[in-house]
Design a protein around this ligand. Sequence first.
Ligand code: KIV
Ligand code: NA
Length: 266
Amino acid sequence: PKRVRVHHLAEAKARGEKLAMLTAYDAVTAAIFDAAGMDILLVGDSIGNVMHGHATTIPVTVDDMIPAARAVARATKRAFVVIDLPFGSYEAGPQQALETAVRIFKETGADAVKLEGGLRSVPQIRALTSAGIPVVAHLGYTPQSENLLGGPRVQGRGEAAVESLAGDAKAVEDAGAVAVVLEMVPTDVAARITEAARIPTIGIGAGPHCDGQVLVWTDMAGMTGWSPRFARRYAELGAALQQAAQDYVAEVKDSSFPDEEHSFDR
Ligand code: KIV
Ligand code: NA
């Protein structure tokens, strides 16, 4: 299959073709999602919550992200691979952002980086874009600011908040962002931003009118008991895996595994 390259994102928007995006943190899931036809794989800093057992994305480091991004990039034949810049690796300014993103590009084979923030991140987006590193922006609920935002809450509800969100979307586009994630934004606000934007919007809890959708894979696959309201559970893999593990325990205990089929003759 032909690789998804940066210009295909804008082309998809122009054609009205929706972009499908999921997170991935390792080679085994990346290969599965790539084979399923995913357009974009995100090595999200949600790796902190999902894979490393943290309560938030705040503790995630570049050193956590790099091995995951390498594994995903290696296992991917078609999808466009985006890696998050974790909290503390870009906020200080364009130079810090450039140092982080250059290291990530050299060491992982990712196609783009993602960072949070609108107007406040414009200098970083410009610097990375000038250096040839495509940037995906992330607006609305931005988990790295969860302490300031008071946790996962819908953003852009009041008229002032709508104006500020629309201004942020325009600012990241003008700075060179190649796409923008809208997280936990009311449907009509996301629709308005999508219509105004030349770059694709990718929604998560932002309604059906975005140019694409993204979910954390463990949420959509039902790996854990709880998923956020905006995530549809397309499978119950957590329960299925627990059942498989339980069956294995029982068969080891009663010596029904391994049988002849799974053993070697001399
Ligand atoms: O880290 C992540 O998984 C994300 C998506 C939820 C957009 O940033
Ligand atoms: Na993220």
